[in-house]
Write a protein that binds this ligand. Structure first.
Ligand code: NZQ
Ligand code: ZN
Length: 384
């Protein structure tokens, strides 16, 4: 196990009715910028409830609405402008990962003289951020408990991750009932995203990080169990609650600290989203089994076999056999969740393979199995 510093500062209020805690925002000042997306929070009644609580707490609320899935730098710039002009004290993001990510970079941009795109390209330029609060409405990215934000400039066909300790949410409200209204497509994509975050941490070359690995396997089993339950019955509280908590645990550091490895399926997927604006979790579901097939070899079979034995309960003598069966079951699972299995299904062809692979390569340095540009192209080819 590697050395690490554990720092997960987000205060979480988890469960039914926990939105009542929004009154705590007054600890950070008087003026809040409420950031949200295309209207799902209004339809679900979350918007009205939040405003009621904020007003009762005596807070002045300004708004930035219309944040896009795969949030754009233009929305971040608008938010920063409001913060500076109105002397905003804190940000409250209510929504999925896109809204929370947008809120994070607004919070950082408000404390900087740089153009926000500079803060996306150069995370080290983020020196401070306004306090960020969030109410999560979609179990997927884990943005509610991490310091990362993914922002796109679609005109340039670019989508990059930035990160800073200062962007970690101060507080997150997680009410599983708020995810009852999430569509089948987003429920499936969100589950695939959670699973991918766990895989990205689990497939590491660091030896003897057993605590992290066994946590990860438990989280994977939870997702494989509850994903289909949530698809079948969107109002199953236990399924929504377990997926929601798994989304945070997958990426908040718990299974990563001491076992660090560069991620590689995410850099590949971010190129797909940057060029084609597809749903992140769908891209991951398409690429993951092909990445696994590529990564399986004599040296990695022990790790894949751990996955097969401990998560899927596969019994066999030969680690290669267990590994192949585990990959097959992973693929089957995504199919059972009605996720797309090929790039063609989401409208992607070979046109940009070369440039996408070139851009993804740097992000894949130091991953479980090293990926070169030509390896990435072959994974894309196999996923067509
Ligand atoms: O915009 P609204 O109307 O709110 O609708 C959203 C959006 O259309 C809808 N939705 C959210 N909550 C809902 C709901 N619909 C009904 N009921 C609810 N309760 O779902 C749609 C997708 O929302 P979005 O926020 O885009 O989804 P997600 O949470 O999957 O976020 C995806 C973004 O996060 C990035 C992705 O790349 C992508 O840009 N990621 C962020 C990470 C992080 N910060 O750590 C890590 C991830 O790997 C990921 O890259
Ligand atoms: Zn992800």
């Amino acid at each position: 196990m590697n050395n690490f510093t554990y720092s997960i500062p987000t205060k979480v209020h988890f469960g039914k009715g926990q939105i009542a805690h929004l009154g705590e925002l007054k600890d950070s000042g008087n003026k809040v910028l409420l950031v949200y997306g295309g209207g799902s929070i209004k339809r679900a009644g979350i918007y009205d409830r939040a405003l009621e609580i904020l007003q009762e707490a005596g807070l002045t609320v300004l708004e930035l609405s219309g944040v896009e899935p795969n949030p754009r730098i233009e929305s971040v710039r608008k938010g920063v402008e409001i913060c500076k002009k109105e002397k905003i004290d804190m940000i409250l993001s209510i929504g999925g990962g896109s809204v929370i990510d947008c809120g994070k970079v607004i919070a950082a941009g408000a404390c900087s003289e740089e153009d926000p795109w500079e803060l996306v390209l150069h995370p080290e330029k983020i020196k401070a951020a306004l306090p960020l609060y969030c109410v999560l409405t979609l179990a997927a990215t884990g943005s509610e408990m991490d310091g990362a934000a993914v922002i796109s400039d679609l005109e340039k066909q670019e989508k990059w991750v930035t990160a800073s300790e200062s962007m970690k949410p101060v507080m997150a409200v997680m009410d599983p009932e708020y995810t009852f209204s999430v569509s089948r497509k987003q429920t499936a994509a969100g589950t695939a995203d959670i699973i991918s975050h766990i895989f990205e941490n689990y497939f590491t070359n660091v030896k003897a990080a057993d605590v992290q690995a066994r946590f990860a396997e438990g989280l994977l089993k939870t997702c494989f169990h509850y994903g289909p339950v949530a698809l079948k019955n969107p109002e199953d509280y236990d399924a929504r609650a377990n997926l929601m908590w798994a989304s945070s645990m997958a990426i908040n550091g718990l299974i990563q600290y001491g076992a660090e490895v560069a991620w590689c399926v995410h850099p590949m997927e971010h190129e797909l989203s940057a060029f084609y604006d597809i749903t992140h979790g769908e891209g991951l579901a398409i690429l993951t089994p092909h990445w696994m097939e590529f990564a399986l070899n004599e040296n990695t079979a022990d790790k894949f076999a751990d996955y097969g034995r401990n998560v899927w309960g596969i019994q066999a003598e030969d680690n290669m056999e267990i590994s192949r069966e585990a990959i097959r079951r992973t693929k089957e699972f995504f199919k059972e969740m009605s996720l797309p299995a090929t790039l063609t299904e989401v409208g992607i062809d070979r046109t940009y393979f070369d440039i996408m692979a070139e851009k993804a390569e740097a992000g894949c340095q130091g991953s479980f199995v090293e990926l070169k540009k030509e390896d990435i192209i072959s994974i894309f080819e196999n996923a067509l």
